[in-house]
Design a binder for this molecule. Structure first.
Ligand code: AMP
Length: 279
């Protein structure tokens, strides 16, 4: 397995593989890999001849008061996991090699980025769409896998690829959970044992909304009330709990078309998200 830090060298490898007729896949990550990331890698391996994993804690998607500096990192462990899962090359750039001091070109999705995480994290998705475009260009991938854990992100990437005619197929992989239901996240390591227990309210709220929807409930107000009734006693600080239309990520009153139920809750400093698609 190759480990490449230089963007140009990575691009040369991507171009070489493409010229050899090999299908190149990419799994973009911020590292501190867990089973959710590994399921994306396995999916890319199934669909591609060569797989890049990028490991980059992208500074431009963090706001000034967010957790960029304390975001967990363990490259040695990530490297071993990538090797075990048959990754062909890890792209592990420095922030300096990705962003020139006078960097000034951004990719901005203007609609789906406005609500949910975009409302509470104003620069976040601009950072994501910009870095993902760079990663597509650097790796020359023709397929990339994103997790449904970050449902809004995956939908924004699909929109960007469509709108900008990027030659990359996007695969959305299922959300992977711990045995107790908590959605796997690199940030879970910040939770105390007590916070972890209380954070199970997120997945319980998701399950309850799925159950009620399955039983025929179509009122967003009722589904959201049921979710809040589970979340509020957990003592977490709710950032948002929303029912959105899947196609435009705007609030939906009646679930008469595909929807995204999504929530974000703080436990201490740690912000956790969860979601499910309905219909
Ligand atoms: P991150 O390292 O958190 O930026 O995540 C990199 C990729 O892994 C994104 O496409 C995420 O959606 C995906 N991912 C993170 N956690 C999970 C999970 N629990 N299940 C599935 N995919 C995940």
């Amino acid at each position: 397995m190759k480990i490449i830090r230089d963007p140009q060298e990575t691009q040369q490898l991507g171009l070489l593989w493409n010229s050899q007729g090999l299908k190149v896949g990419l799994v973009p990550t911020m590292g501190y890999l867990h089973d959710g990331h590994l399921s994306l890698i396995d999916e890319a391996k199934k669909r591609c001849d060569r797989v890049f994993v990028s490991i980059f804690v992208n500074p431009t998607q963090f706001g000034p008061t967010e957790d960029l500096d304390r975001y967990p990192r363990d490259f040695a462990r990530d490297e071993a996991l990538c090797e075990e899962h048959g990754v062909d090359a890890v792209f592990y750039p420095t922030p300096e090699s990705m962003y020139a001091p006078d960097f000034s070109t951004w990719v901005n999705e203007d609609s789906l980025s406005q609500t949910l995480c975009g409302a509470s994290r104003p620069v976040h998705f601009r950072g994501v769409t910009t870095v993902v475009t760079k990663l597509f260009n650097i790796t020359q991938c023709r397929l990339a896998v994103f997790g449904k854990k970050d449902a809004q992100q995956a939908l924004i990437i699909c929109r960007m690829v469509r709108d900008l005619n990027l030659p990359v197929e996007i695969v959305m992989a299922p959300l992977v959970r711990e045995a107790d239901g908590l959605a796997l996240s690199s940030r879970n390591k910040f939770l105390s044992a007590d916070e972890h227990q209380r954070a199970l309210a997120l997945s319980r709220a998701v399950r309850e909304v799925e159950r009620l929807y399955g039983a025929g409930e179509r009122s967003a107000e009722k589904l959201l009330a049921a979710a809040r009734a589970i979340l509020e006693p957990s003592g977490g600080r709710i950032d948002y709990v929303e029912m959105m239309a899947r196609d435009n990520l705007r609030p939906l009153a009646t679930l008469d078309r595909p929807a995204l139920f999504a929530l974000a809750v703080f436990f201490g400093q740690t912000r956790l998200i969860d979601n499910c698609f309905l219909g």
